[in-house]
Design a binder for this molecule. Structure first.
Ligand code: PLP
Length: 487
């Protein structure tokens, strides 16, 4: 059964234009009961659709797709205004690590809010920003010694791109002004981040606005030859990268990659051998390596950072999403001392990195991040996740037997199920059929928030999910996939 507004939304939208003007605030004080907004499910959905424009959404879909007002969260569960619950199988777009309203993180944020909510980070500092930088440097791959804060993932990408370009400029290498990316990659939605991304759905329209970026084919193992294993496919796919580096090194600032999993590109995965080769080649050609671990960082792939699996240190490591346990927007770019030093000079040389965001290094966000790191340390999370990931993988493997499932793939706490017309990797469903959306709707009626990417159904749950909850979720996904692929 689908929860949702009881009337079609377009009629609600129409009603508004005919309604009398809203009472002015001053008047409303004298008639509070008359204007108090309703907050039941239908009223919230209706009010939302009158005023809010949602991200990554064709709003017209909400003429038939319910807008779901969430009023509470607890652990892996989200609860809507009608009291129905949904298991957050996608960690609310990959940000949540230890459940909603985690008492330890909530407590840390409340305590910080009572002390200092914000101060600008130029000329001033605060202990949460200092301690977080110290701890991230200690946890990150060796050689990364400096933290530059921003306030969301896309901003961290902009910072890394500008820093890399500016580094080469400060080093007198003014011909270096381009970036190299992989096909099917995603690095965010701001114009610089969009330019180095490669998912056409998000990028194509804005193409005239974007800087000119080089790209080479992704090592995505879904595209491997029959019989080829992940490692040989990923190693073979390094050839075009090597050629592009050899040809363009003189004009390249950096190569940017999502280590091991191209998440927004449909949870496509590759082998760490590619990253090891890339690190070696970038060094040989004098090109920076930017690792965008905004989605895969903080344990998602089985190690704290995905780069660890290749034993490499990037020149720039971008982190966000799970950094605050899913509580508040915050991002950070970690880099090497040599990069920092290239900007360190007398003011008049104009070598400084004059980039800022209003909420850079916000104390509330930093306190959430510190509490998140405390949980990692105290609860031995990476080790515990091994058992959980094994359970998730075993259960999901059964989905591979369904007729229209072409592949079930896994990296740690990410499992993706690719739907295809004949269960064949070469026979994709037409995107217009929106098969994944059918799975989403099935999930909503069965206590699950499964929000597929196109025809890829995936699980990326908070780490506090239990094996029993995994079993329930996979059963729901199985029924949903069956229902979505029966015609
Ligand atoms: C989500 C994401 C971003 C962008 O982060 P925002 O906070 O949404 O701007 C960048 N890179 C990757 C790999 C992401 O998954």
């Amino acid at each position: 059964m689908m929860p949702g507004p009881r009337r079609p939304c377009h009629r609600l939208g129409g009603a508004r234009t005919q309604a009398a003007p809203r009472p002015r605030r001053l008047e409303s004080r004298h008639h509070p009961a008359a204007v108090r907004p309703m907050n039941d499910f239908a009223s919230l959905a209706r009010r939302d659709l009158r005023s809010v424009w949602h991200p990554c959404t064709q709003m017209k879909d909400h003429e038939w797709l319910p807008m779901i007002p969430i009023v509470r969260g607890q652990g892996v569960w989200l609860v809507d205004a009608d009291g129905r619950r949904y298991l957050d199988a996608v960690s609310s777009w990959w940000v949540n690590l230890f459940g909603h309203c985690n008492p330890r993180i909530s407590g840390a944020v409340s305590a910080q809010a009572a002390r200092l909510e914000h101060v600008m980070l130029a000329g001033f500092t605060h202990e949460p920003a200092i301690e977080l930088a110290e701890r991230l440097v200690a946890l990150a791959p060796p050689g990364l010694s400096r933290c530059f804060y921003a306030d969301n993932g896309s901003s961290a990408i902009e910072v890394a791109l500008k820093m890399s370009f500016h580094y080469w400029r400060n080093a007198g290498r003014t011909r270096k002004r381009r970036f190299l990316t992989l096909t099917n990659s995603y690095h965010g939605e701001t114009l610089g981040a969009l330019a180095v991304g490669h998912v056409e759905l998000y990028r194509e329209i804005y193409h005239p606005l974007l800087m000119d970026v080089l790209s080479v084919p992704s090592p995505d193992c879904y595209l491997r030859e029959d019989g080829e294993d992940w490692e040989s496919h990923s190693a073979r796919m390094f050839e075009p990268m090597e050629q592009a580096l050899a040809r363009h090194a003189e004009e390249l600032c950096a190569v940017i990659v999502e280590p091991l999993v191209q998440c927004a590109g449909g949870m496509r995965m590759y082998h760490p051998v590619y990253l090891a080769k890339l690190r070696e080649a970038c060094d040989r050609h004098g090109v920076h390596l930017i690792a965008d671990e905004i989605a895969v960082g903080f344990g998602r792939t089985g190690t704290l950072f995905a780069c660890e699996q290749a034993g490499i240190t990037p020149d720039f490591l971008c982190l966000s999403k799970g950094l605050t346990g899913g509580y508040l927007p915050l991002s950070v770019v970690l880099t090497r001392e040599t990069v920092y030093e290239a900007f360190y000079d007398e003011y008049a040389t104009l070598r400084a990195f004059l980039h800022s965001h209003s909420y850079t290094g916000n104390p509330l966000a930093c306190s959430a991040a510190l509490a998140t790191l405390d949980i990692f340390a105290g609860d031995d999370v990476i080790e515990r996740n091994r058992a959980l990931a094994a359970h998730l993988g075993r259960r999901c493997a059964e989905l591979g037997e369904l007729d229209h499932v072409a592949e079930v793939r896994q990296q740690g706490m990410i499992v993706a199920v690719e739907l295809a017309r004949d269960g064949d990797r070469r026979q994709p469903y037409d995107w217009r059929e929106r098969r994944g959306l059918r799975v989403y709707r099935h999930g909503l009626g069965h206590e699950a928030l499964l929000r597929p990417i196109g025809n890829v159904v995936y699980f990326m749950p908070p780490y506090v999910i239990t094996p029993a909850e995994i079993d329930g979720l996979v059963a729901t996904a199985r029924d949903g996939i069956r229902a979505a692929t029966c015609d």
